[in-house]
Design a protein around this ligand. Sequence first.
Ligand code: NAD
Length: 484
Amino acid sequence: MAQTYDVVVIGAGPGGYIAAVRAAQLGLKVACVEKWRNPKGEAALGGTCLNVGCIPSKALLGSSEVFEKTRRHVGEHGISADGVRIDLAKMMARKDAIVSKMTKGVEFLFRKNRITWLRGHGRFVGAEDGAFRVEVLDEAAQDPDAKAPQLIDAVNVIIATGSKARHLPGIPVDNQRICDSEGALSMSEVPKRLGVIGAGVIGLELGSVWRRLGAQVTILEALPTFLAAADAGVRKEAWKQLTRQGLKIHLGAQVGAVQAGKRGLEVHWTDDQGAAQVLECDRLVVSAGRVPNTDGLGLDAVGLAVDGRGFIPVDLHCRTAVPNVWAVGDVVRGPMLAHKAGDEGVMVAELIAGQKPHIDYLCIPWVIYTSPEIAWVGRTEEQLQAEGRAYKSGQFPFSINGRALGVAAPEGFVKVLADATTDEVLGVHIVSAAASDLIAEAVLAMEFKASAEDIGRISHPHPSMSEVLREAALAATDQRALNM
Ligand code: NAD
């Protein structure tokens, strides 16, 4: 007899493991199917985010920033540091230790919440008597008995299988010389010349890591604009800061063939004037977007189909076309962000338990962990203009904030956009070393439909970077910023 669960989650990334934990907290009997193996061949929870995404990239961003600051910026503090060198193997070991701690943390959460972890690939094989039958197959298992397919039944299934790097035709990724985001997190030496295809989130974050560690980084971006989803003011400031640091970015670049030449890889590309160009580099990172993992899930066995781009269609509550089959995170519409996946996981678990949760998708923040960081929530000025909405804008720089000067982070600004009549905050855009943390206050304000005046009237600690958000909010109201 197959075991029956109230909820089977397929995938233990930030969408799936959070859904499993929340469902278990609400008293449901939960299993989570996960096939991930780490480089040591051990089964691991946490998915892309914890194993080869957000967490290891932030570890390397942290280390490389310490290196760059020590090498280039401690002088202004009256500190001298000579002969600063990196031990890349040690830096990578630190990153791996952080990953291990975080993935083991998810294992602990599974034990604590009595969630059954089924190792292997999960797929639908049918549905009967109000339950879905799911097969779990662990081809990587050492033990021959564990290789046999296991069948389980589920009243509800949550698909949280995430996404994988999009590779480009004719550019074979071997994760040695030509890497996707995974290989770019594990290079054994700092390349002298690094080419990057795509100036999106991953291209800018990982390009920044290797530039700080000493590589000459050239990014080829197909679009004529840079960071198309961001507010124009943010794009302009980010471009200024990132190019000043030494990232070379070519916009409107059409990438063609990549060949191994005498002096490394040759990336043939056409510039925005139509002229043929060749980029020579020692390693190449392909960061041209991600595609949903919806192959091999047996969706047709339960009457589900993906859309033209491979995503599973869902409604605002992550319901698929089949009742009691849900899908969250990178396999469904919306930004591919770990926190959005986790929010959807919580929502679905609570819906299954009979609660009435809701996500305001406009209040999901974006963060890019460059230096300075870039973060925003809500609408951009261009979106408001396209909607024909009358709005007010207030902006304040970090360059005259005492705390920012003290911690040597004067770059960037906060911009607050508010409705011209009601003063409701409609969007907040931040470029700053502290943007990833500061944006949380803006998210809270927008979730509670705060006005710019509300933020302006709330006490903010002095001296702190958060005062800049308050000043920008005041500037957006009819009042004036206090310190300008
Ligand atoms: P992305 O969509 O952010 O950027 C990809 C870029 O590559 C785009 O600018 C696109 O125009 C460009 N591009 C596509 N094809 C190209 C080609 N043939 N030649 C040149 N340029 C090309 O994708 P990404 O950076 O690969 O990241 C993937 C996903 O992971 C994103 O959805 C992102 O939100 C998510 N992610 C988020 C974070 C974060 O929140 N900090 C970090 C990493 C990844």
